[in-house]
Write a protein that binds this ligand. Sequence first.
Ligand code: IPM
Ligand code: MG
Length: 362
Amino acid sequence: MEFNIAVLPGDGVGPEVITEALKVLQTVGEKFGHGFRLHDGLIGGVAIDTLGTALSDETLGMCKECDAVLLGAVGGSKWDDPQAKIHPEDGLLALRKELGLFANLRPVKVFPMLVDSTNLKPEVVRGVDLVVVRELTGGLYFGQPKKQWQTPEGRQAVDTLAYSEVEIERILKVGFELARNRRKKLASVDKANVLQSSRLWRQIAQEVSADYLDVELQHMLVDSCAMRLIQRPADLDVVVTENMFGDILTDEASMLAGSMGMLPSASLAGIPRGKTFGMYEPIHGSAPSRAGQNMANPIATILSAAMMLRYSFALEAEATAVENAVLAVLEQGYRTYDIMSEGKVRVGTKEMGDLIAQKVKG
Ligand code: IPM
Ligand code: MG
């Protein structure tokens, strides 16, 4: 089979980790007989510098023509001035919106051999295997009005948390579908004791659950969920939530796995069934201070590529082969700096990519 992939390396460590993911994909292609046609594009700071926009029409058009998008990271202090007209992050947000990528899947799996590299007690993180389903194209990030203005009393600003029934229902369905194929537990996270949008969310969660009687639905307030995530994270299975809550909770959840450098993500344009268009990116950022030093952990991006094989190309065996290769290399004791512990072998970005590709080859 042949697949077209839009490749957007972006800023900071983005290009380095993307190179390693492509190396692994190349090996998958050779071993399983698939062709991956790569189409390069600019996004983020590098696009601002060369094209004057964080997301050009050309890049967007190219992504739309492809079967999936593989993205590195965007941003860096160079473009951080709050007064600036455009920011690298604008490119990412526009891409999510324009491609209709409303369902952001952020799995957090604690690998047994990394239990000791987290800041939490091993007995707390052992066995954690959860997925946060974050709504990605609505809520506070996109609601209107969204502006800052001058009043006689001083400056004022507003952001709007708005959700429609359609938006809430489709994201909850993604959560229920995933839960059905996992441990059949769904936590719907909201702030229904305060927010109108959350009250609607809770009603719809209740209604959608009627079609998923095999899945146990639990409503959870977002503050309580933040606590549960470090108190008894192994109890959580699928967590579904609105955009901003999901942004915050997933940074917190990433710490369970020891390093953000371990966590992949998929942003899908539909319920995952067959081949679903999506964008795949590590959840860590551009980490400018680590860029160009062959330091960054490429595993999050390699696991994101595995998610691409699974969700956009329906290549389950190939996805599993990549995931197993990552596990095997970790099992052998190889570590990048962020997950390094005593007695292990420290390797750089390239070496980690080589080791994983080699394992895929078998
Ligand atoms: C994320 C990031 C982005 C977000 C930023 C870079 C705009 O934090 O993907 O979690 O807030 O969604
Ligand atoms: Mg974030």
